[in-house]
Write a protein of this length. Structure first.
Length: 268
């Protein structure tokens, strides 16, 4: 079963001026996809269409092989700023809020809250006020909230852009753990972070509302010149490899660490 299937999707804020143009792609259950592109490429519009905040001008969106219906799909979003998603005074009440909206019986809520708070490592913080948490902890609570709604597709919209390096590390550890514990979980990242893109199974490059590249992680990075043509940055490991090749340094043979550092000093 495909988790997401998009067919010939177009959208125009102003008539006859499409910001998305015949976008088509599919994603299997359990896969992860990074959608990248410069500002104005159509990423935000595509996200709003996928979660039902906008209605397409033309085309079709299928979620788990069913047509997209607002409020009836297991697709959720974690925003750039988790503070925008908090409405309750404690972590527990915040996770419970979504369950209440879905009319989950009160006697079932406690077990659900504990299950997903534990899954993201926040079970010891249920009585804490969200504003007392670190950025990474807030994102974990936001993830617990969407998982509690039985979401098996999660969109992360620039979810790490406001986190410090430690918060990002915490976020990535949480995602790695989630994918092991819930292998059917499908994740979509809207991001400018090249290391976040590197973690995904698939990459989509959007430019002026059109898909210019789509493929597996390695397939895309094997087309580096094409990828960089759209203003995108390669992950550090690939930049390092390219830099070493430029100076004729063969790391795989007899190069010393001292030599590598000296060669790289003026390159990176």
């Amino acid at each position: 079963m495909k988790a997401v299937e998009v067919k010939n999707l177009s959208y125009a804020y102003i008539e006859n001026q499409d910001v998305l143009k015949n976008v088509s792609f599919s994603l299997e259950k359990g896969a992860s996809l990074s959608i990248v592109g410069e500002n104005g490429s159509g990423k935000s519009t595509l996200v709003k269409l996928l979660v039902g905040l906008l209605h397409s001008s033309r085309g079709e969106i299928l979620i788990n092989d069913n047509p997209l219906k607002l409020g009836k799909n297991s697709i959720s979003i974690v925003f750039q700023n988790p503070d925008n998603q908090f409405i309750a005074t404690t972590v527990e009440d915040d996770i419970a809020f979504g369950l209440e909206n879905y009319c989950v019986p009160p006697n079932e809520m406690k077990d659900i809250i504990i299950k997903y708070a534990t899954m993201v490592g926040m079970d010891k913080y249920l009585s804490r006020a969200p504003e007392t948490l670190s950025g990474g902890q807030k994102q974990r609570v936001a993830i617990a909230g969407v998982l509690a709604l039985n979401s098996d597709i999660i969109i992360f919209d620039e979810a790490t852009s406001m986190l410090d390096p430690e918060g990002k590390k915490d976020f990535y550890k949480t995602l790695t753990k989630l994918r092991k514990e819930k292998p059917e979980l499908t994740t979509i990242f809207i991001t400018h972070d090249e290391e976040e893109v590197f973690m995904s199974d698939y990459i989509m490059v959007l430019n002026q509302g059109e898909i210019k590249m789509f493929g597996s992680n390695l397939d895309i990075y094997n087309q580096r010149e094409e990828y960089q043509k759209y203003g995108l940055k390669l992950p550090f490991l690939f930049r390092l490899e390219d830099a070493l090749k430029k100076v004729g340094l063969d790391v795989g043979h007899n190069s010393s660490l001292k030599e590598i550092k000296e060669k790289l000093h003026d390159i990176l």
